[in-house]
Design a protein around this ligand. Sequence first.
Ligand SMILES: [Zn+2]
Length: 281
Amino acid sequence: MAREGPTPTPIVVHGDVFDRVIVTPHILGGSSVTWELDDKIDVEGPYAFYLEWAEHPDAEWVEVAGPAADSILVDTEQRRFSKLPHSVYRVRLETPTGLLYSDVNPLMGSWNRHDFLIAREVIRREYLALKRYTGTRGRYLARKQWGEVCTECTDYDTGQVTDAHCPTCFGTGIVGGYHAASDLWLGEDLKADREKREDGVGMVANIAQMARAVACPFLTSEDVWISLATDERWAIQQKRKLVMLRGKPLVWNVELRLVPPSDVIYTIPQDWDGGASSSSA
Ligand SMILES: [Zn+2]
């Protein structure tokens, strides 16, 4: 469950059930809010999450997204930091037995307006370079870290996935397996050659590649990137901060591994909707 590596604008809170809530402002508009639940949570499901926003911690809360059964919600509204510097988010969890709230999280974390403007310019230029010259367009699938357990293939007693080719959870153990696909440009790192190794049968066993990615989405190891040009499926292995601003990453250097063609990941459609029909939403 633990996420690897650094995260953009990490704001760590310790509520009663919310272990970690992270607000990531999308420089081009909107904010995504992700969270984890305490492992020891002892509240009967099903769960429905909502995202609430207020222009100040003491102002009236407005529901801006939800319900969702997953651990990510996106506020598509662009909140202007210059006009709303005290903006805050919180997550509301509705269960059959009551309501629970996360702690309150600021929109911009510790960035001030000047930082925000610099970051926006850096990212604008990065996007421009990706789209015009170096980039490959693809679809990004964030692996679900939490959600409805797949009853098709997980062992009732141990929770272990018993079918790596399960069509309901794609071998992740969570229904839908991955959140809805979104566009993501990757720039190949020209300094790094494709590293190829072949096994005894002549099958390509391991192809790894480095790429540049804007740090807007919340890239995590085990997430998947689909090349729209080739339909190749790449698994994100790890990432390194390439461009930083005041301790926060703006551009990642990502290591990707080509997923073998036999993998169930190739059965996921490029326009995957996250398996929403199975959620309570
Ligand atoms: Zn399954």
